[in-house]
Design a protein around this ligand. Sequence first.
Ligand code: AMP
Length: 176
Amino acid sequence: MQLEARIKSAIRDIPDFPQPGILFKDITPILQDAILCNDIAEAFHESFKKQKIDAIVGIESRGFLFGMLMAQKFGLPFIPVRKKGKLPAKTISFEYQLEYGSATVEIHNDALPAGSSVIIHDDLLATGGTACAAAELVKRLDCKVAGFAFVVSLDFLNGRKSVEQHSSNIVSLINY
Ligand code: AMP
């Protein structure tokens, strides 16, 4: 079976989670298949291996899972972007708007040397707000977004349009 079909058959749809009207794409069944996890990391590596990349930035918390595997494949540092108040050393923050209210993400201010080129990874691209917030943090450290890597893209939410302002190099392994 092709990778796309294998990922699609592993993902579990959970209706009305975490709130009514949301169809949650649960990636946890993928984690039970070690070969599939490795193949996902390998597919991201194939997509970006010709570019000069200095680090993989993963977004809390599901972006840590394949983000770390990717970093291992590339032999590069993994840099976590976390929700406000979770990172222990000095951070910079970026606040962004959600459908209701706002959220803040942070990165350690010494996480990336200025001039680094990074791939930003999360499990899923929905509206793109979270990935754009991570991109803003990267840019505030005087670094460059070389691309985005998502396992899943919910194309009907147009997240691609928002993240494109940071990099047009957007890889998603499956699309709905
Ligand atoms: P967004 O900022 O709207 O692109 O949302 C992306 C973040 O929310 C990612 O970290 C996803 O893990 C999570 N997310 C949003 N919608 C869904 C969904 N339908 N299923 C699973 N995760 C989602």
